[in-house]
Design a protein around this ligand. Structure first.
Ligand SMILES: *[C@@H]1O[C@H](CO)[C@@H](O)[C@H](O)[C@H]1NC(C)=O
Ligand SMILES: *[C@@H]1O[C@H](CO)[C@@H](O)[C@H](O)[C@H]1NC(C)=O
Ligand SMILES: *[C@@H]1O[C@H](CO)[C@@H](O)[C@H](O)[C@H]1NC(C)=O
Ligand SMILES: *[C@@H]1O[C@H](CO)[C@@H](O)[C@H](O)[C@H]1NC(C)=O
Ligand SMILES: *[C@@H]1O[C@H](CO)[C@@H](O)[C@H](O)[C@H]1NC(C)=O
Ligand SMILES: *[C@@H]1O[C@H](CO)[C@@H](O)[C@H](O)[C@H]1NC(C)=O
Length: 387
C-alpha cells in the first residue's frame, strides 16, 4: 500500500509538463500574452496603478508606508489576516478545515457526495467495543465518526463496517480532554454544526442522534447532554431524566439544597456526554489546559461559553442515555508498582487537577476584575463557585 502510493504520488507531474512539453508552455504564454494585450485596454492599467498606493496606506503597514519603491509597493502586508499570515493575499487564506476524507484521484470537487454536518467523538478501549458499536449505530450518515484510542488497539475495530469510514487516533493512556485539546481545534472542526464528545460507557437504547439534534435546535441549546438514567447513583440531580418534558435546565431542588440558577443545579451539564454547538466549542476549547487530563472542574465553568446560559445550557429528556459507570480507564491509569486499587491513582489525580484548575480560574477571574477596576485586590465577591 505504502509503496504503491509513493509510486503513483503527485511528486513529478509538474516537472514532467515542463520537460516533456516546453513548446506547449510557450504556446500558452504567447496566446495568453496576445489575449491580455487585446482584451485589456491601456486605461485599465493606469487605473490600477493609481489605486495601488491607496490600498497600501489603508492598513497599519508599519515601516512599509514610507517605502514606495515599486517593488515594495507590491509586497503584501495585511494586518487583518490571521497572526503570522500577514504576507499572504487575504483571498488565499483558509483558516478553517474539516475532517472529511478525500480520495487520492479524480476531481476534488466530486470527492464528497455527502458532507456530514455533525461530529461524534468517542474515547475508547477495545474492551468496550460492544457498547461503542451500539452507540455508533445511533448516529446517522450525517455524522463524522472519530475514535480516540487509549489502549493502542485500533485494527481490531475493523470487524465493524463503520470503523473503516471512521477516523482513528491512537495514543496510549490518555483521557478524553487530552485528545480533545490536541485533535479538535475549533478551526479544524469548523465544518460541524454540533460536536458530541462522549465517553464509551453509555447505553443508547433510548437515544437517536438526529432526533436529539432536532430538539437542541428547537430549544436553542448551545451546550447540552442527554438526560441520564442509571442503576447506580446519579451524581447531579439536574442530569436525571424527567418524565413528560422534552428538555429541562433546572434541578428543581430546594434552594437550600442547591444554589438557584447556578451550577450544579442549573446552567450545568456533566462532562460525560456533552454536546457543543460550533460556537460553544470554540469557546470551551480555550479553557482546556494542557494538564487538564480528566477535565474535572470544567463542567462548572462551561456556562461561560453560552449566553444566556440560563436558557442555552440544558438537558434533553426526550432522548436519554443510560450511564453504565464502567471505570474504564482504571487499568490504563495503573501507577508503577501500585499496591491496591489501580483507580486510586486516577482518583487522586482528578482532585489534584481540579484544585489546579480552580486556582487558575480564580486568578484569571480576579485579574480581570481588578484590571477593570471592579473589585479591590482581596475581594472574592462575584467569583465562580466550584465544588
Ligand atoms: C528604493 O530602491 C532603491 C534602488 O533599488 C534603493 O536604493 C532605495 O534604498 C529604495 N528606497 C527605499 C525607501 O526602500
Ligand atoms: C514616494 O512617493 C511620494 C509621493 O507619493 C514622493 O513624494 C516621493 O518622492 C516618493 N519617494 C520615492 C523614493 O520614490
Ligand atoms: C441527514 O441530513 C439530511 C439533511 O438535513 C436529512 O434530510 C436526512 O434525513 C438526514 N439523515 C438522517 C438519517 O436523518
Ligand atoms: C411517565 O409518565 C406517564 C404519565 O404521566 C406514565 O404513564 C409513565 O409510566 C411514566 N413513565 C415513567 C418511566 O415513569
Ligand atoms: C518498581 O519495582 C521495580 C522492581 O521491584 C523496581 O525496580 C522499580 O524501581 C520500582 N519503581 C518504582 C517507581 O518504585
Ligand atoms: C483588603 O485590602 C485593603 C486595601 O486594599 C486593606 O485595607 C484590607 O485590610 C484588606 N483586607 C484583608 C482582609 O486583607
Amino acid at each position: 500500500m505504502q509503496s504503491s502510493l509513493k509510486d503513483s504520488g503527485c511528486r513529478s507531474p509538474l516537472r514532467h509538463s515542463f520537460t516533456m512539453a516546453p513548446s506547449l508552455t510557450t504556446v500558452i504564454a504567447v496566446v495568453l500574452g496576445f489575449m491580455i494585450g487585446t482584451t485589456f485596454p491601456i486605461s485599465n492599467f493606469t487605473k490600477f496603478e493609481i489605486s495601488a498606493p491607496k490600498f497600501l496606506s489603508g492598513g497599519d503597514t508599519g515601516d512599509h508606508s514610507t517605502n514606495n519603491n515599486s517593488t515594495d509597493l507590491f509586497k503584501i502586508y495585511e494586518p487583518s489576516n490571521p497572526k503570522g499570515a500577514e504576507r499572504l493575499p487575504p483571498g488565499i487564506v483558509v483558516s478553517d478545515s474539516d475532517l472529511y476524507q478525500h480520495r487520492l484521484w479524480g476531481n476534488p470537487n466530486e470527492d464528497l457526495p455527502l458532507k456530514p454536518k455533525y461530529l461524534v467523538v468517542f474515547t475508547v478501549g477495545y474492551q468496550q467495543k460492544e457498547i461503542v458499536n451500539a452507540a455508533v449505530q445511533k448516529f446517522s450518515e450525517n455524522f463524522t465518526i472519530l475514535l480516540f484510542h487509549y489502549d493502542g488497539r485500533v485494527n481490531e475495530w475493523d470487524e465493524f463496517e463503520w470503523s473503516q469510514r471512521a477516523i482513528h487516533i491512537s495514543t496510549r493512556k490518555q483521557a478524553k480532554w487530552w485528545y480533545a485539546k490536541r485533535f479538535l481545534h475549533p478551526d479544524i472542526v469548523a465544518a460541524y454544526e454540533y460536536i458530541f464528545i462522549w465517553d464509551e460507557d453509555l447505553g443508547v437504547e433510548h437515544f437517536n442522534a438526529e432526533e436529539y439534534i432536532k430538539l437542541v435546535k428547537k430549544y436553542n441549546l448551545e451546550i447540552s447532554q442527554p438526560a441520564l438514567e442509571s442503576s447506580r447513583f446519579i451524581t447531579y440531580e439536574v442530569t436525571k431524566r424527567r418524565n413528560g418534558t422534552e428538555v429541562h435546565n433546572e434541578a428543581g431542588e430546594a434552594p437550600w439544597v442547591c444554589p438557584e440558577h447556578q451550577p450544579p443545579c442549573s446552567e450545568f451539564i456533566e462532562i460525560m456526554a456533552p454536546v457543543f454547538s460550533r460556537d460553544a466549542w470554540r469557546c470551551v476549547w480555550h479553557m482546556i489546559q494542557n494538564d487538564l487530563v480528566h477535565g474535572w472542574g470544567l463542567d462548572y465553568v462551561l456556562r461561560n461559553c453560552a449566553e444566556p446560559a440560563r436558557y442555552k445550557v440544558g438537558v434533553v429528556d426526550a432522548q436519554w442515555i443510560f450511564h453504565h459507570g464502567t471505570p474504564t480507564l482504571r487499568d490504563q491509569g495503573k501507577e508503577e508498582n501500585a499496591t491496591a486499587d489501580n483507580s486510586q491513582g486516577i482518583h487522586i489525580r482528578c482532585y489534584v487537577e481540579l484544585a489546579m484548575f480552580k486556582d487558575r480560574w480564580r486568578d484569571a477571574e480576579r485579574d480581570y476584575y481588578i484590571m477593570k477596576g471592579l473589585i479591590p485586590e482581596n475581594s472574592t465577591e462575584h467569583f465562580t463557585q466550584f465544588p
